[in-house]
Design a binder for this molecule. Structure first.
Ligand SMILES: NC(=O)N[C@@H](CC(=O)O)C(=O)O
Ligand SMILES: [Zn+2]
Ligand SMILES: [Zn+2]
Length: 431
């Protein structure tokens, strides 16, 4: 059946807001017409939703998330994670392979896809591991993993320590036309630290994670990407040095792309209130100077896309404290309101800039057919109430995770409805 979404504010190609009527049906966008003119004439039965001037964007695309299934269902399941995603306005999410078992076999890729099909919420795109069990010793079967539906290779959670191993991975991926996605961290420079080197670590007498532990892998991998011609994508960029290296690599035409997380754009180590593990993630919150470099990198196109790195953990695990708790914070349900409130509502970014980094840019970088509002495109849509102001309350989250540093933050711009392939998957009214 057709659905008419009338009086929706959409961002046009010039980045201006225009009032439109959107018709969706058969999973795709059928038409987008001026709200100034007549309502479109629809044959047969249709449902009607009045957007009343609320913003409608392409559904958000998050290319870096942890859904924890199989193996860590106490933290999240594919069902609970996808529900959290659609509540946050995300319609496509790419999940990391650091599950139990690690997603390093065709069977596990198939299992993830089957669970996602059953959940029937967001579109779930699985990544497969670069090395067996993410141990860095032996490459996985890249061909079989691609065949099973994996969209790229990554050992997210750990860095690939051996340069020759990484080079072999890139060579294979390049032949298959697949990207290599890297968690950049040199273990010899980390040595069991839980926060960044810097003011917070000094004040609390903690060992710190140095910026070089990330950037040294970025630099190494850029050289390996140049040598192999692979599409190399850098995970969760957090340092000034990484931004500099990626900028230089892009200038000379190396096929490198990069992502940044909302928390690395909004928080520095100086904001950490105390030894609370809801502020612990990998990479850690860095200095204000690094935060500014990430913002500048996103602004000038060095960093291509925004991802959440949604990383749920149980309250028991996070209660172990800053040094012992696992790294990671949840992200789906706060990402857009956080960035909208911090950067768009304050006049620093255009709304279209933020929306593109969460929709058309990830689609372009990873070759997806979604991320745009035009007739014929998949009807993956997000409706957002830009005026609605609300405090972040983890007790209302759809994710099983409660691990966020943003509790109590007053934010504007909350998603209120999400459609995937034309089906309404979440609505504020339904809760
Ligand atoms: N980002 C995190 O702090 N944690 C991630 C792992 C990762 O993304 O490296 C996790 O799996 O919990
Ligand atoms: Zn990572
Ligand atoms: Zn991650």
């Amino acid at each position: 059946m057709l659905q008419l979404i009338k009086n929706a504010k959409v961002i046009n190609e010039e980045g201006q807001l225009e009032l439109k009527h959107i018709v969706i049906g058969n999973g795709t966008i059928q038409s987008i017409t001026d709200a100034g003119s007549e309502l479109p004439q629809l044959d047969g039965e249709f449902t009607e939703i009045d957007a009343e001037g609320k913003l409608v964007t392409p559904g958000f695309i998050d290319m870096h998330v942890h859904l924890r299934e199989p193996g860590f269902e106490h933290k999240e399941t594919i069902e609970s994670g996808s529900r959290s995603a659609v509540k946050g306005g995300f319609t496509t999410i790419a999940c990391m392979p650091n599950t139990k078992p690690v997603t390093d076999s065709a069977d596990t890729v198939s299992l993830v896809l089957e669970k996602a099909r059953q959940a029937n919420l967001a579109k779930v795109l699985p990544y497969a591991a670069i090395t067996v069990n993410e141990l860095g010793r032996e490459l996985t079967d890249f061909e079989a993993l691609k065949e099973a539906g994996a969209i790229g290779y990554t050992d997210d959670g750990v860095g690939v320590q051996n340069a020759q191993m990484m080079k072999n991975a890139m060579k294979k991926a390049a032949v298959l036309g697949m990207p290599v996605i890297a968690h950049c961290e040199d273990d010899s420079l980390v040595k069991g630290a839980c926060v960044s080197e810097g003011k917070f670590a000094e004040r609390h007498g903690l060992k710190g994670i140095p910026n070089e532990s990330e950037a040294i892998h970025v630099g190494r991998d850029i050289l390996l990407a140049e040598a192999t011609g692979v599409h190399y994508h850098v995970c969760h960029v957090s340092t000034e040095q990484s931004v500099r290296l990626i900028r230089q690599a892009k200038e000379i035409g190396i096929k490198v792309t990069a992502e940044v997380c909302p928390h690395h754009l909004v928080l520095s180590d100086e904001d950490i209130p105390g030894l609370d593990a809801n502020w612990k993630m990998n990479p850690p919150l860095r200095s204000p100077r690094d935060v500014q470099a990430c913002i500048d990198g996103l602004r000038d196109g060095t960093i291509d896309i925004i991802v959440t790195d949604h990383a749920p953990h149980s309250e028991e695990e996070k209660a172990k404290g800053m040094e012992l708790a696992p790294f990671g914070i949840v992200g789906f349900e706060t990402a857009f309101p956080l960035l909208y409130t911090k950067f768009v509502a304050t006049g620093q970014w255009d709304l279209s800039f933020l929306v593109q980094r969460m929709t058309s840019d990830p689609a372009r970088v990873f070759g997806l057919n979604s991320g745009v509002l035009s007739a014929g495109a998949p009807a993956d849509l997000t409706m957002i109430d830009l005026d609605q102001e609300q405090e972040v309350d983890p007790n209302t989250f759809a994710t099983k995770g409660r691990n966020t540093p943003f509790t109590g933050w007053k934010l504007k711009g909350w998603p209120v409805k999400t459609w995937v392939d034309g089906e309404l998957k979440w609505s504020e009214q339904q809760g």
